[in-house]
Ligand binder design. Structure first.
Ligand code: NAP
Length: 476
């Protein structure tokens, strides 16, 4: 439902007294959560008080920990999201894990509605032999690390990178291209990013010579987008290599896809690289299609990846051919999508790895559960660009407002403030002003290297920066 429709629904609402707003908690401060807060805060028919809760001390989810740090313009979206955090109807409670620090039932008892927007934070699995060998990482491991996520496993990633002469990235989505691009970039190209200094140092020291990106189907069925694909051709010291035999559409599904203009643009970009030759000193960035991973070969750590040639099935699926190849690899990055997980007290559908819903209303035992809503990747799966979450969150908020209009959802008359509940639980939430102090500390750290900011990656450092705001307030 669009913005106009939301307003139309909201106009029909029975307005609750201004002194008892509808109290909505949003679980997850990523783009979907902040967009849901924005849709709630910027309508006038129903007075609302919105609390956005995140398990991390910092807001913005994938805008901070997913968008590649070299995509500076896209990361600038944080300024738009910040405006919603600053809205007088919105509060931020970071460093609170719902379902762990704060039982879901306790949260639900103190607010009128909950919107789950906690994303899909698990990496997809291949389910093949050797997947767990040292030198085999998920894209999530690597992306979390280079974005400075406090839960990143620094030691494992940095050990793997120190061996990474020949890298294979499995999957041909935008995350795979992000990873390939970051690994193939010259150190100078990353200097002005927000990456923590240890990340810049480890990337500069990594001995990367070859990055091979592997798709199990033909390029017409790859899920990367044209802008991200073309960007590979603009890297300072990498040369993109493509086998022309891979590019001809095979089978009905590929031919049909190739007729779409976005896919045709992808194929044109790929064709532009078929004449390329390796060049001395440049990273070879190969894009290979119609190979599926069979197993990772060790024995002690990843040494190679066994692949099987695939043919195009009529339905577009990759069909085995029995033709095998062993590709040497020191680092394998598995970039095969993300999985949603359940939150204690909130089951996800095992098959779809999303919360079952109808137009954003959470279903329990097949029926809408009063006061429970869902938006973002945990609602629809890990797809779309950041902006997709805006439409998605609006649909959910429209359902919530419709439920108020229908009398199915109403403010509780004597609520206890959520901050009081959190404090009684012994929790120390990071509030908006504390987040402001973290933000300022990151800008100050960045300025020491002539950068706009540098991400603080360590949870204790983040919390220490946050506490500084509280200490300054008490002193003042
Ligand atoms: P994705 O687009 O779903 O790509 C997953 C890739 O993994 C596909 O190529 C898929 O191939 C492959 N794959 C899955 N299972 C496999 C298996 N068993 N063996 C081999 N390959 C396998 O997911 P993503 O790249 O993680 O991206 C998630 C979302 O974030 C997407 O919507 C993406 O566009 C978005 N994103 C956007 C940007 C941007 O706008 N710059 C950046 C990053 C991410 P099949 O197609 O054959 O299944």
């Amino acid at each position: 439902m669009g913005e106009d429709a939301i307003v139309a629904v909201a106009r029909d609402l029975v307005v609750s007294p201004a002194d008892s707003p509808l109290r909505v908690a949003i679980v997850g401060a990523g783009p979907a959560g902040v967009y849901a807060a924005e849709a709630l805060a910027e309508q006038d028919a129903v007075p609302v008080a919105v609390d956005i809760i995140d398990r991390l001390p910092t807001p913005f989810g994938l805008v901070r920990y997913g968008i590649a740090p070299d995509h500076l313009k896209m990361r600038g979206l944080r300024a738009t999201l910040q405006r919603t955090l600053d809205h007088p109807r919105v509060r931020f409670f970071g460093n609170v894990e719902v379902g762990v620090d704060l039982p879901l039932a306790l949260l639900r008892a103190h607010v009128d509605a909950v919107i789950y927007t906690y994303g899909a934070a698990d990496a997809g699995r291949l389910g093949i032999d050797g997947e767990e060998l040292p030198g085999s990482l998920t894209a999530l491991d690597l992306v979390s690390w280079y974005c400075g996520h406090p839960d990143a496993d620094r030691a494992t990633v940095e050990e793997a990178l120190s061996h990474a002469r020949s890298v294979v990235v499995i999957g041909v989505g935008n995350v795979a291209l992000d990873v390939a691009r970051v690994l193939a970039r010259a150190p100078e190209e990353l200097q002005l990013t927000e990456m923590p200094q240890h990340v810049l140092d480890a990337l500069a020291d990594a001995p990367v010579e070859q990055v091979t990106v592997i798709g199990r189907r033909g390029p017409a069925l790859a899920s990367f987008t044209t802008q991200e694909l073309r960007e590979l051709g603009r890297l300072q010291s990498a040369v993109v290599l493509v086998d022309p035999h891979d590019l001809e559409p095979l089978g009905a599904a590929e031919e049909q896809a190739a007729a779409e203009s976005a896919v045709a643009r992808n194929l044109a970009a790929l064709r532009g690289w078929v004449e390329h030759e390796p060049s001395p000193g440049a990273v070879r960035l190969s894009l290979r299609f119609r190979w599926r991973p069979v197993r990772l070969l060790g024995p002690d750590r990843v040494r190679a990846l066994e692949l099987e040639r695939t043919a195009a099935g009529a339905d577009g699926r990759a069909v085995d051919t029995g033709e095998l190849e062993v590709l040497p690899a020191d680092l394998v990055v598995r970039s095969v999508g993300y999985r949603g997980t359940s939150l204690p007290g909130l089951p996800v559908d095992e098959r779809t790895q999303t919360v079952t819903h109808t137009a954003g209303r959470v279903l329990r035992d097949g029926r809408p559960s009063t006061g429970e809503y869902v938006a973002g990747w945990i609602k629809r799966g890990p797809s779309g660009v950041v902006g997709t979450n805006k439409h998605d969150a609006k649909e959910t908020v429209a359902s919530l407002l419709e439920d108020v209009a229908a009398g199915a959802l109403a403010p509780c008359r004597q609520p206890e403030d959520l901050l009081t509940v959190l404090t009684r639980q012994g929790l120390h939430p990071v509030l908006l002003e504390n987040w402001g102090a973290i933000d300022a500390a990151e800008e100050a750290l960045g300025a020491t290297h002539g950068r706009d900011r540098t991400t603080l990656h360590d949870r204790n450092t983040l919390l220490a920066a946050a506490r500084l705001a509280a200490a300054n307030r008490e002193d003042g």
